[in-house]
Structures are given as structure tokens and as C-alpha cells.
Design a protein. Structure first.
Length: 65
């Protein structure tokens, strides 16, 4: 589950996405809360992810889907 998406244009061919994620563990429904960030570069007309980081954070409220 993801939420709070933001997209920032850093240059004509570079964008950053940031969002919060809850990744469910198999089986018991527990999981990990994280803040994630990706850098994307436009190459030959296609967006390519060139960097991604996820950092664990304190639990946040999950919105129903």
C-alpha cells in the first residue's frame, strides 16, 4: 500500500518521486513502514529509474482502499 505521492521536476529530464509505503510480510499481515524516494531520467523518450531508496519510518495511519 502506498500513499502521499509527490513528484518534483528537478530538471527537464529528471524527476523525483517520494511517497510512503507499507510493505506486507507474507503470512501474518504484519509489515514494514517506509518513506521512499526515486530519481527518474528521460532517456530516448522513456523514463528510467536511476536511483531508489527506502528508509524505515514509524508506523502511519493506513487508509482503506
Amino acid at each position: 500500500m502506498t500513499r502521499d505521492w509527490e513528484c518534483r521536476q528537478l530538471a527537464d529530464d529528471i524527476v523525483q518521486t517520494v511517497y510512503r509505503a507499507f510493505i506486507v510480510n507474507d503470512g501474518d499481515g504484519s509489515g514494514t513502514f517506509s518513506r521512499r524516494s526515486s530519481l527518474w531520467r528521460l532517456e530516448n523518450g522513456c523514463w528510467k529509474m536511476v536511483f531508489h531508496q527506502g528508509t524505515r519510518v514509524d508506523p502511519f495511519e493506513l487508509q482503506p482502499s
